[in-house]
Design a protein around this ligand. Sequence first.
Ligand code: URA
Ligand code: URA
Length: 236
Amino acid sequence: MGREIENIIEILNFYKALGFRELPQSFIHSLFKTNSHILFSEPRENTKNEILSIDFLNEKIKNCKKCPLSLSRKNVVCGEGNTNAKLMFVGEAPGVDEDIQGRPFVGEAGKLLTRLIEKMGFVRKDVYITNTVKCHPPRNREPFENEISECFDYLKKEIEIVSPQVIISLGKVATYALMGMNGKLRDLHISKIRGKVFFYNQIPVVPTFHPAYLLRNRKDKWLTWEDAQEALRRLK
Ligand code: URA
Ligand code: URA
């Protein structure tokens, strides 16, 4: 349920009359939980509006201070590519190169991802590429539970805006997040999860190996190619 602007002004005046100089956290939370349209405009059919709303979202992400990664990051790494893409890739979190350049998948793992995209018959700017967590975790550690959950709002919104036909989740963290952070998954190796398609809000998600893992385990590239073909079959 949304809240009318007049209603909000009334509440603000009430707090003011009580002598508050700042708003209570609980009020701010309730405002943003129930009025997400105030924070984020809804995605529209029109491409121009979609670009506007991804810009608006990215502005929010760039200013995000919801978790401590915001203190150690050099740059926030937003998603990039075609906001009307049919195919979306979701990685884990920016690495060192991505943190420096402020762009997703630009290091060695990124080069491998770019080759996969090209092998699938696209170029990078045809697809949408993003990460589960938008800031680089120090020393490349895996993102913590709270970092994944705090950041998930952004991924959720990106998926709404891009509205892809298929998502490829790269590695365990992205898969875990898109599967609703089911605790049982967290300790499973991606090799046990891949090969089965699941659905996130009716969008098929094809889990596969993370390209950084493939750099160390080249033989699994064949399985990644099988997963990529499964994703291609599901594109309309
Ligand atoms: N690994 C990721 O998961 N994401 C990047 O952007 C780069 C490396
Ligand atoms: N662990 C991951 O997170 N991803 C892989 O692809 C392999 C191991």
